[in-house]
Design a protein around this ligand. Sequence first.
Ligand code: TXA
Ligand code: MG
Length: 316
Amino acid sequence: MKTLITASIRRAAEFIKKGEIVAFPTETVYGLGANVYDDEAIKKIFIAKKRPIDNPLIVHISNVNQIESLVKKINKCAKTIIENFFPGPITIVLEKNDAISELVSGGLNTIAIRMPALELSRKFIDECGVPIAAPSANLSGSPSPTSWKHVYNDLNKRIPCILKGPNCEVGIESTVVDCTGNKPVILRPGIISLEDLQKVFSEVKIYNLKNIKKPKSPGMKYKHYAPKAKVILINSEEDLDKIEFDKNVAAFIGLIKIKGLKKIKRVNDLRDYARNIFDFFRKCDEEKIKVIFCQRVPEIGLGLAIMNRLKKAAHL
Ligand code: TXA
Ligand code: MG
């Protein structure tokens, strides 16, 4: 299959309308989308990505009015998130409407919904005329794609179209929040942080992210975000003295100054860290790096989401 790379929203949407799948940009990571009501198209997503069938998809909307047709009821918890954070890098989980196929929900009776902040994503969804079910547009198991080139490297010849857009401003996947109860539960941390949610809720829970045997967010149980290189988390340059490794095939990403390794990415702040982490993992693999040292950060604010991805990459 030939993969068309286009900047034309209209041309990309035509693929969706004829039952095909399309990779498209969002502010978090690129998604691989299909018409939420077309089971045959949804199946193509799982095949192209080699994604386990029980891992549900996020449904992307361009207008909050579309939520009603996807869920049983929009409760107060969901309303608060919609009012405060939509459109944005956050996903809500609600009880699904019967019209939504179990292929989309991975057999669950709930549905995950997100309205991207990137205008280009919303224009694309608008042009498709239906909500778009989409996981991240990477091969299952590899780091999420934060540029159209990452998508191309993973899925060239496996998908018919990539809608070309900017590199992803956020760089890590959305915050996923379970809204099926009265109180919000963070299933996957993201740039909209626990502290951001605490500003609008009296109580916010975090689902035990380590309970990987029966996670509420099924995606969390799979190996994720991992480059081929070994990932080791460190606190300071001195930590390197305790480890035996070859500097010629070693890399570092973080806020501190480190010298002498083959590849070094010094980030300015946490946003810069999040924006660069997956791209750095991919570049390291391309350059045959064997070990990647990543600086730990305090698990507050965006730091919780960064550490969540780093720990997964380090298999901790
Ligand atoms: O930023 C993002 O969320 C990106 C862009 C494309 O929007 N999408 C993304 O999709 O990261 P994906 O499939 O890679 O991750 C979706 C996560 C998975 O961990 C999945 O298990 C969880 O959301 N999820 C989806 N539906 C769910 C549901 N009904 N209940 C609980 N978790 C759900
Ligand atoms: Mg993913």
